[in-house]
Design a protein around this ligand. Structure first.
Ligand code: SF4
Ligand code: SF4
Ligand code: SF4
Ligand code: FES
Length: 973
């Protein structure tokens, strides 16, 4: 529910009801218009449809082709009304309000017309309502009732569509053409909401039908976002889970556990079973839209591979022993105590994950700091967005994105750098595409032609800066050079808002001839003129917003590029209002939150340094312990020391470092060298294969907490079923535990009880100790749906746009960003550059999505190679190719494509056996140690067998699966 500007004289709709369908979209006009509907005056914004106005006035007009997420279409003729003084019966969905008109929505004539329309629909519809999966949830059925249809005069024997075949090709939904009323809602949802344009209405009149381009859904352009299924008013497009399980009984609103968009979903349930996940219309990040992962790929939560029993073992060569919670927790605690007594308190540490809730991350870092007694806690953001944290804090004063996602709808120029929103952040990608179709300009800086460049219908990048991997800083300098030397700096903004001295130093630096597009053309591999034109467009095209991702951060100069991006935004005045800003697209669901919650070794929650006496005193008073003022170990330091023999134990919550961290051989050697590896996860992941204690975690459906998305939006995660992790080997069930409870019990076993009774208690503690979270509570989240931090006395409802009047650090600070080429160079032996990325249907290390039907779209990772490079090496589509680097070798199947430029190859890394981290180097960002995943010099050649690493991996993995009591033949690898 949210406030609206309407002032209807009938006390009906002072607020919008998220569960109600108003038929057509809202109008944003400030001009109000009063009309009379069924004898009552209603005042609404100009541009509102009569249908929408009627709903606001408490009057429901029958409809079939209209729904308020889509523009009005006017095809079903069910919503006709009478307007005094006008001829005929206009459709209320396509007719806008006008001042003073008098509308009648219910007259005998209208009732006749509507019954006639419904008669035609029903005469060509299978009358199987009682056995239909949509029974009770079907708008056609509702409308037949609403118009009082009692008989069908035409009979059911005439020509009809009842014999049409079903399309069952999509793994998640069915298309039953015999039930289609050709209302086009699906077609329009695919165009307007999703922006894929996979569907059309083919044929005319009686022959018209929905078509996925003359193919079945699976083979079509469809990306299985579910928008058409959501929009369909009949059972034509229907989730297979609903067909199998029947109508849900109740629902609970929660948040997707996949990417950093943070979509809100209603988990629709039957008892303890999820029947479907429906994107929440009131969701602040997604407004009722979804992608294939959140909408459909939740089956992993109950997958047979899931481990639901705590396990312990002395050595990684021993079989796992399944035990109860007490035994596992006490064993882990005794091991930590033994190791600390023998090797010192700094010999142990912990790693949190961005898949965890804020509350879980908070209690884990508290355990490490207050109980383990050091700051040896780090998080997976180390390997993705740590440069964002550093770079934005330095320049703007806060380690977070500046905008809401909705802000993009006010952008005139969108600059996407090193990100692939349609694959990595699909729901935001759809919103961005909508704005681009409205006419916003697009600059893409990426070595590879992502879909936005020219592979999305009705969208084409104005400039694709397909730079050489590793030259981001050079590009940012070249763009800044043009802005500065062509007089495009917004000096008023800079003078008022930024540190002038820092600006002057930066201006003088970027103005140097060596930073011109011409001087850098060879490094960049770009025509200087193109860079100049892109810079001019960015600086002069109106509201310009920058969106960036791991293609910016995962470099040896990741932090430098982030600072360069902030410099560019400040210099052009593109910060501090809607439509502009610096927007890191966070990869995982809670990257922002895991960083906010103090899981970096140098910072307490709220990004306050551990050496700050005042902050430490605050936490010491609250936690009743003395805390270390020394920054702890980062993940790479922990691994180095483990390999050397002085770091002996790690508590790894939800993170799979053996698959996601650089230099796989080094990581696995380090894990093998430790005396106690404790893994808390859903599956026997790659790290768990080296573990001594396994705490089975709870899925996002089984716990309470919060996630914070890329727009700083804190959203509720709500328990929709009881935790499945209470099963013991003896067949007895204990109560399952939420992940924060596991950590709290672990803490208690170590002598430090935490005394929380619910995740909300943890949030209350976070709020009490963190200024930017002071106003956050579960109660407020229930009231508002979600909250963008900072949320405190100054901003009780949160902060959609940051740095509005001044930067968090006061004045914005420019930093000189000297381009230092990476040491990873191509040569005769390794002549190609490998870069990496993601794909829509899979997620990160793939532990979740590989255990869903999403594998039909991406069963294996492939290496993309340009046709010229392939031809030079005699490589054909689908060949096995060896990919060798200075670090190692792996083997992947070839995909030949012009998406990559000559000299560049590309792979995703969603399968452990892909071994992408076997070949990437140990280069990392100078400020944060974020690995340089995006630049590896490689050679590629045709081979006919797996690499040695892959063979070893298979043997080791199979053995470990057997030691856990599972069958390597059935476990998903
Ligand atoms: S499939 Fe559903 S939404 Fe699409 S035209 Fe048919 S009835 Fe309408
Ligand atoms: S699932 Fe999404 S992409 Fe596929 S046809 Fe429907 S709306 Fe289009
Ligand atoms: S866009 Fe991200 S958050 Fe939204 S449904 Fe997809 S994976 Fe989940
Ligand atoms: S709802 Fe208005 S014409 Fe269909």
């Amino acid at each position: 529910m949210d406030d609206i500007k309407y002032t209807p004289t009938r006390p009906a709709a002072l607020t919008y009801d998220a569960d109600k369908d108003y038929g057509t979209p809202r109008s944003d006009s400030d001009v109000m218009v009063t009309l009379n509907i069924d004898g009552v005056d209603v005042t609404v914004p100009e541009g509102t449809s009569i249908m929408h106005a009627a709903q606001l006035g408490g009057v429901t007009v029958p409809k079939l082709c209209a729904t308020d997420s889509l523009e009005a279409f006017g095809s079903c003729r069910l919503c006709l009304v009478e307007i005094e003084g006008r001829r005929g019966y206009p459709a209320s969905c396509t007719t806008p309000v006008a001042a003073g008109i008098k509308v009648k929505t219910q007259t005998p004539k209208l009732a006749d017309v509507r019954r006639g329309v419904m008669e035609l629909y029903i005469s060509d519809h299978p009358l199987d309502c009682l056995t239909c999966a949509a029974n009770g949830d079907c708008e056609l059925q509702d409308m037949a009732g609403a118009v009082g249809l009692r008989e069908v005069r035409y009979g059911y024997e005439g020509e009809n569509h009842l014999g049409q075949a079903k399309d069952e090709s999509n793994p998640y939904f069915t298309f039953d053409a015999s039930k289609c009323i050709v209302c086009s809602r699906c077609v329009r949802a695919c165009e307007e909401t999703q922006g894929t344009f996979a569907l059309t209405i083919q044929g005319r009149g009686f022959d018209s039908k929905v078509s996925a381009g003359n193919q079945n859904f699976l083979e079509s352009e469809c990306v299985s976002c579910g928008a058409c299924v959501q929009a369909c008013p009949t059972a034509t497009l229907m989730e297979k889970t609903v067909i199998a399980a029947g109508t849900p009984e109740h629902s609970v609103t929660t948040t997707c556990a996949y990417c950093g968009v943070g979509c809100s979903f209603d988990a629709e349930m039957k008892g303890e079973e999820v029947v479907r996940m429906t994107p929440t219309k009131a969701g602040g990040a997604n407004h009722g839209h979804s992608c294939v992962k959140g909408r459909f790929a939740w089956g992993y939560a109950t997958h047979a591979d899931r481990i639901t029993t705590p396990m312990i073992r002395k050595s990684i060569h021993d079989p796992w022993q399944k035990v109860g919670w007490d035994e596992a927790i006490n064993y882990a605690a005794s091991e930590i105590q033994r190791i600390q007594a023998r090797y010192g308190k700094d010999a142990v540490g912990g790693i949190t994950s961005s898949r965890c809730t804020n509350e879980e991350v908070y209690v884990t870092q508290k355990l490490i700091r207050a109980v383990f007694g050091s700051n040896n806690v780090d998080t997976c953001a180390r390997v993705c967005h740590s440069p964002t944290g550093y770079g934005l804090k330095q320049t703007l004063g806060e380690s977070a994105g500046t905008q809401t996602f909705d802000s993009v709808m006010k952008s005139d120029v969108i600059f996407v750098m090193g990100a692939n929103p349609t694959d990595g952040h699909p729901v935001f990608g759809s919103l961005m595409k909508r704005r681009l179709r409205e006419g916003a300009k697009l600059i893409v800086a990426d070595p590879r032609a992502i879909d936005l460049v020219e592979n999305s219908p009705h969208i084409r990048a104005d400039y694709h800066l397909n730079l050489r991997p590793g030259t981001n800083v050079a590009l940012i300098s070249a763009l800044a050079h043009v802005v500065v030397t062509e007089g495009l700096v917004k000096e008023d903004f800079v003078k008022a808002r930024c540190e002038w001295d820092s600006f002057v130093a930066w201006r003088d630096f970027v103005a140097k001839p060596e930073n011109s597009p011409e001087a850098l053309a060879k490094d960049l591999g770009l025509e200087p003129q193109k860079v100049r034109e892109a810079a001019r467009l960015f600086a002069t095209g109106g509201n310009a917003a920058i969106y960036y991702g791991l293609g910016v951060t995962e470099h040896s100069q990741g932090s430098t590029t982030v600072m360069g991006i902030a410099n560019l935004a400040m210099a052009t005045g593109n910060i501090g209002r809607e439509g502009v800003g610096v927007n890191p697209l966070r990869g995982q669901n809670n990257v922002q939150g895991s960083c906010d919650m103090g899981s970096m070794p140098h910072e307490f929650p709220g990004y306050r340094h551990v050496s700050d006496d005042e902050t430490r005193a605050l936490f010491e008073a609250a936690w009743g312990v003395t805390l270390s003022a020394d920054p702890g170990l980062r993940i790479p330091n922990m691994l180095d020391l483990a390999a050397e023999g002085s770091f002996k134990a790690v508590y790894c919550v939800g993170e799979d470092i053996a698959q996601s961290d650089p230099d796989t051989q080094h990581v696995t050697h380090a894990l093998e060298s430790m005396e106690c590896v404790i893994v808390q996860d859903l599956f026997l992941n790659e790290t768990a294969k080296f573990a001594h204690v396994f705490f089975p975690g709870a899925s996002f459906l089984e716990k309470n907490g919060t996630f914070t998305n890329a727009e700083r939006r804190i959203s509720p995660v709500r328990k929709v079923m009881s935790p499945k992790n209470g099963l013991r080997d003896d067949g007895k069930h204990e109560a399952g535990l939420e992940d924060w409870e596991i950590t709290a019990r672990f803490s208690e076993a170590l002598g430090y009880p935490m005394h929380y009774t619910h995740a909300s208690d943890i949030m209350d503690e976070i709020a009490a100790l963190t200024p930017t979270f002071n106003g956050v509570s579960f109660k407020k989240l229930d009231e508002l749906g979600s909250i963008q931090w900072p949320c405190n006395d100054e901003a009780p409802a949160g902060t959609p746009t940051m740095h509005v009047d001044e930067f968090v650090r006061g004045k914005g600070k420019f930093f000189v960003t000297q381009y230092v080429p990476t040491t990873e160079k191509v040569n005769g032996k390794f002549p190609l550059i490998l870069t990496t990325g993601r794909i829509l249907s899979q997620y990160n290390v793939g532990a979740q999505t590989r255990r869903t039907e999403n594998v039909v779209w991406h069963p294996e990772d492939k290496i993309e190679i340009h046709p010229h490079d392939a031809e030079d090496r005699g490589i054909q589509e689908g060949d096995w190719v060896g990919v060798s680097s200075r670090a190692g070798q792996t083997v992947l199947r070839a995909k030949i494509t012009e998406r990559v430029q000559p000299g560049v190859v590309y792979t995703t890394f969603h399968q452990p056996e892909t071994g992408a981290k076997v070949i990437t180097t140990d280069n990392s960002d100078w400020a944060t140690n974020c690995p340089e995943y995006k630049v590896t010099a490689v050679q590629v050649s045709k081979v006919n067998q797996l690499s040695e690493w892959q063979k070893d991996y298979r043997n080791f993995s199979d053995t470990q699966i057997e030691l856990s009591g599972m069958d390597p033949q059935t476990v998903v690898s």
